[in-house]
Design a protein around this ligand. Structure first.
Ligand SMILES: Cc1ncc(C[n+]2csc(CCOP(=O)(O)OP(=O)(O)O)c2C)c(N)n1
Ligand SMILES: [Mg+2]
Length: 1016
């Protein structure tokens, strides 16, 4: 039976042009295979077939304009999808959807709400007003009765039942109008009760000895480096506080990558790096001489100050030291892991992502900014461990409050599983003996400033200041010595408590977990560092301090060896080394370790890019649109298609990318629980568990974190992925530069697309949107390759080469491409210009009819077109010849210039080599006029690599909203200014009389008294 394939609802568009026909008569196609590509002036979308079958006849050709309902083709097919049947289907779907999606939970809530409303009306008459207790206990006898009842429930039915009753009671108070939330913050004690603690199977004595050796070597490494050269710096106090947190993970939880398992991913806190080196030394992965070279990386075998994959590519996986980046990167890493699993690209092996951060670090907006995403996405593969040593660099994190309580409220409010590890095992007995509740009261009322002071003093101070406040508490510890009191440890230093917390964290389902571990900054450093405000900066320990540290941790070194600051490693056959290696062997290998076994992605066939190399004819389009078209084509390449990860922070419609929604779906871990209001439309907002687009919402920071996760998938998941993150160029480098720097450090591969770029090209959006400097910021990243192309074919050549270099040859680079929103015609690619496009410039046009005076016109991005118009005017009206060069990258030209200049300076006796700029320009006549839609310094970068006179023009100053024409005039990069300035420059070079320029100033009404735009 023959059926018609017609254009579905395409939104607001009428008469849209067909730019591609993707099927032929006689071809057998499947339902959803694309039939044609439509392109409006804003976006391009493919129209899918609603049937399987054989194409009988095409009813349209390229260039035809179609609207909703236009017939595209006839197909021989069994099924008929008439409007009627479609409507019926929709009804059934809707009903099924409603039925399926009223969850029992929701039903319960509805019923509860209904009953509350009913009760409300009943109660209204009998409501009484009671005295406000104002926080004080107005009736202790009554309180006690309630507590007794609760105790009875606890002992008879257990804690869960008690919680249930409490929740019910709290709900009753809500119904009566209390707005106090009573559950976010729990008392200042451990979340896991002693009876629920999982017990560590480890040998605690050996583990303590291993931990002590790691502590010693980590501290010795820092002290040694600073003895050699005090400039080197380093940190002892951070790792000293976190040693147990790391050791329990290393001995019992963190599974390494190997040929059977993908590996857990650990984001180590940056300043704890010495501890990781010290462990690797005991494991035999680093030598003593490497440890001696801590923070001396210029020579061979140095160890980097902090985790830097760029500097130690076989060791570190994640750059974390710029505070806040580790937390957000790891959240998006956890999400990306689920994305790969849900898309069927990797197996679900229950891998975990562990993130270590400081309590002070949580003040960074990036640290907490994405925590609600983690719970929304149900990232139960994510575990945060916050080392709450109560101090940051200058002093206490919350001297007058309690950071653990504050974080508990924030994380629980965001939907995380919160595990507080506050007190060590020595407190257990005291807490169980405390029948009055005063101990917990005292724990709750002390602020962090006091807790810090307790640990900076001694047992007698704690007895006096902590227990001494209440006689009952003083009695409680009366049989304990000051030493015993001093031994009352904090949870984060107790391997049993830490083990129990980790065990619960890895078993938690449906939500991420945060472990808030209370520790002591500079633990074990005694008077030189323990819990004192200067701990963070402490990197030089004197002899006495070192001897104290040795004794404190029983390190078998003589006094002389301590004075020499020797490292200590027991022999290979020792219990410690055997134990440590055995544990790691059991957990699959060593950590941290960075490897990649990803296969490269075959570069796409050339024909994928073919239509971009041809003239667009009379069609005008922007380079942003050309990019979207190219990505649509790439989605037809079977190797590339599944690996593309389009990332967009709520701007798909701005860039004409909404066609991707339907085509490849938006990733949503729960699929789509609703029918989108635009479900009938071709660009419907389709969310899907297997969706490919990462629609991030309004978070450039999050989108950048996704870019890094996808772009490092080749090492973290052994799967090469191709992220293409498209953003408003102004909200890229300027907004998230630190993350882009981290992308470079992480050796991320992928494409950053600064769309709607160019200070005058974006026009209406104004000062905070118009980007005239992102290219310059991109130039500061050593492994970022950046281009500012003008034409679709340039973009295609660059993108194709990027795919080849990054994903086929696996070079550790990433690309920044600026694309614009100005529509214009795109010519056919001239012959033999590919090499020039990639090197940064090529000769595009020659105006040679007069042959007298010549000038070199260099243009980039949209301003290249102003250059071409200017060249025509110069030729026609002033008899001046010119060579017009398309500069695709001033940044790449500068890199080449620097390289050649350096080579020449290092080889003074040899014939100097020419930079690429010189090779292009040295044989050409006339001064150079260079312009772009970026600040002048963008073009100025190549000034040193040519001996010719050089004039550059650009868009220095704040943008502002107006038309493109007015803006280009304002910034003096329009064709009229280029003509005028060229004439003036030629006059200065004494090649033409100045009268030409004077005439032009008059003719183009250029106001000489207008202030320089940089001042406006
Ligand atoms: C973005 C950023 N700002 C500042 C610093 C400098 N800095 C390094 S460590 C530190 C204090 C860290 O305190 P905390 O997070 O509590 O970690 P701790 O060392 O106490 O475990 C600061 C301010 C940094 N590394 N990164
Ligand atoms: Mg801290």
């Amino acid at each position: 039976m023959s059926n018609q394939i017609s254009v579905p609802d395409i939104g607001d568009f009428e008469s849209v042009e067909i730019i591609e026909i993707l099927v032929k008569p006689g071809e057998i196609i499947k339902k959803n295979d694309p039939i044609v590509t439509l392109e409006s002036d804003k976006s391009s979308v493919e129209v899918p077939s609603p049937f399987d079958g054989k194409i009988l006849k095409l009813k349209v050709k390229i260039g035809d304009k179609v609207s909703k309902g236009s017939v595209l083709a006839l197909i021989e097919s069994e099924k008929i999808e008439t409007t009627e049947t479609l409507k019926e289907k929709k009804e059934v779907k809707k009903e099924r959807y409603i039925r399926k999606n009223i969850q029992p939970e929701t039903e319960k809530i509805i019923k509860q709400a209904e009953s509350t409303v009913a009760q409300e009306s009943l109660k209204q008459e009998k409501r009484k007003i009671y005295a406000q207790p104002n926080g004080a206990d107005v009736d202790p006898v009554e309180t006690q009765e309630w507590l007794d009842s609760l105790n009875a429930v606890l002992s008879k039915d257990g804690a869960d039942r008690a919680q249930y009753i409490l929740k019910k009671l709290i709900n009753e108070t809500y119904k009566e109008g209390s707005s106090q939330s009573l559950t976010r913050i729990t008392p200042y004690i451990n979340t896991i009760s002693v009876s629920s603690e999982a017990k560590s199977p480890g040998d605690q004595n050996i583990e303590r000895r291993i931990r002590s050796l790691i502590r010693w070597n980590a501290a010795a490494m820092v002290v040694k480096a600073n003895k050699k050269n005090p400039e080197l710096g380093g940190h002892i106090g951070t790792f000293a506080s976190a040693a147990t947190l790391y050791d329990v993970g290393m001995n019992h939880f963190w599974r390494a990558k190997n040929n059977k398992f993908g590996g857990d991913l650990i984001y180590f806190q940056g300043h704890s790096a010495p501890g990781m080196y010290a462990r690797a030394f005991l494991e035999g992965r680093l030598t003593a001489s490497q440890l001696e070279n801590f923070r001396q990386e210029v020579g061979v075998d140095g160890l980097s100050s902090y985790p830097h994959p760029w500097l130690m590519p076989k060791f570190w996986q994640f750059p974390t030291v710029s505070m806040g980046l580790g937390p957000i990167l790891s959240i998006y890493q956890a999400r990306f892991t689920k994305y790969l699993i849900n898309r069927g690209l990797i197996k679900d092996e229950n891998r975990k992502i562990w993130t270590f951060l400081g309590d002070g670090e949580t003040d960074e907006p990036e640290s907490l900014g994405a925590i609600s995403l983690a719970s929304r996405e149900k990232l139960d593969n994510l575990i945060f461990v916050i080392n709450c040593n109560l101090q940051r660099l200058d002093g206490p994190v919350r001297g007058n409050g309690k950071i653990i309580q504050e974080l508990e409220g924030i994380f629980r409010g965001a939907g995380w599983n919160v595990i507080k590890v506050i007190w060590g095992s020595y407190w257990d007995q005291l807490l169980s003996k405390d029948k009055t509740g005063l101990l917990i009261k005292r724990m709750n009322e002390c602020v962090d400033g006091e807790y810090q002071a307790f640990k900076a003093n001694d047992g007698s101070y704690v007895r006096e200041k902590f227990f001494g406040k209440y006689p009952e508490l003083k009695d409680l510890v009366s049989s304990m010595t000051d030493r015993d009191i001093w031994k009352l440890n904090r949870g984060g230093h107790d391997p049993h408590k830490v083990y129990a917390a980790y065990d619960e964290a890895i078993k938690t389902k449906g939500k991420p977990t945060v472990i808030l571990a209370k520790t002591i900054k500079g633990y074990g450093m005694g008077k030189s560092g323990e819990s004192i405000n200067i701990t963070h900066q402490q990197k030089k320990l004197g002899e006495e301090d070192l001897l104290y540290y040795r004794d404190r941790f029983d390190i078998p070194l003589t006094d002389k060896q301590v004075r020499n600051i020797e490292f200590y490693k027991p022999n290979e056959k020792s219990e410690e080394i055997k134990y440590l290696k055995e544990r790691r062997m059991k957990l699959g290998g060593n950590l941290p370790e960075r490897t990649s076994y990803a296969k490269s992605i075959k570069k796409p066939a050339k024909d994928i890019f073919e239509n971009m190399l041809k003239s667009s004819g009379s069609r005008e389009m922007s380079t942003t649109m050309a990019l979207v078209r190219m990505l649509t084509n790439l989605l037809r390449d079977k190797n590339i298609a599944p690996r593309l990860v389009p990332i967009i922070p709520d701007e798909a419609r701005t860039f004409g990318m909404e066609g991707f929604f339907r085509k490849i779906g938006i990733y949503a871990h729960e699929g789509q629980k609703y029918e989108p209001e635009d479900s009938e439309q071709l660009s419907s907002y389709r969310e899907d568990k297997k969706g490919q687009v990462l629609e991030e919402g309004i978070t450039e920071t999050g989108a950048m974190s996704s870019f890094i996760a996808a772009g490092t998938s080749y090492t973290n998941h052994d799967l090469e992925m191709i992220p293409v993150y498209t953003f408003y160029s102004m909200f890229g480098f300027q907004r998230v530069m630190d993350l882009i720097w981290a992308a470079g450090d992480s050796q991320t591969r992928g494409f950053l697309i600064g769309a709607t770029s160019g200070r005058t090209t974006l026009a209406g959006e104004g000062l905070q949107h118009q980007d005239g400097h992102s290219q310059l910021l991109a130039a500061t990243i050593p492994n970022c390759i950046s281009y500012d192309p003008t034409y679709a074919y340039e973009l295609a050549i660059i993108f194709q080469d990027g795919l080849r270099r990054m994903h086929d040859k696996q070079e550790n680079i990433f690309y920044y491409l600026t694309t614009m929103n100005e529509n214009y015609k795109h010519p056919t690619m001239p012959k033999n210009c590919e090499k020039g496009i990639l090197k940064g410039m090529y000769l595009l046009k020659e105006f040679k009819n007069k042959g007298k005076i010549n000038v070199q016109l260099l243009g980039s991005g949209t301003i290249l077109r102003e250059m071409i118009f200017a060249a025509e005017i110069l030729s026609k009206e002033y008899n001046i010849d010119s060579d017009v060069w398309s500069v695709t990258s001033f940044n790449e030209l500068r890199k080449d210039g620097m390289k050649i200049e350096r080579k020449n300076l290092l080889n003074p006796a040899e014939k100097p080599e020419k930079s690429y700029v010189e090779k292009c320009l040295s044989e050409k006549d006339g001064p150079i006029i260079a312009a772009s839609d970026y600040m002048r310094s963008f073009a100025d970068q190549i000034r040193p690599y040519t001996s010719k006179s050089f004039y550059s023009f650009g868009t220095d100053g704040y943008g502002r909203s107006d038309s493109r024409k007015n803006l280009r005039k304002f910034f003096e990069v329009d064709k009229e200014h280029i003509v005028t300035y060229t004439l003036s420059a030629l006059a200065k070079e004494q090649l033409v009389p100045s009268s030409n320029a004077i005439r032009a100033i008059k003719k183009y009404k250029i106001d000489k008294n207008k202030l320089n735009p940089i001042l406006l």
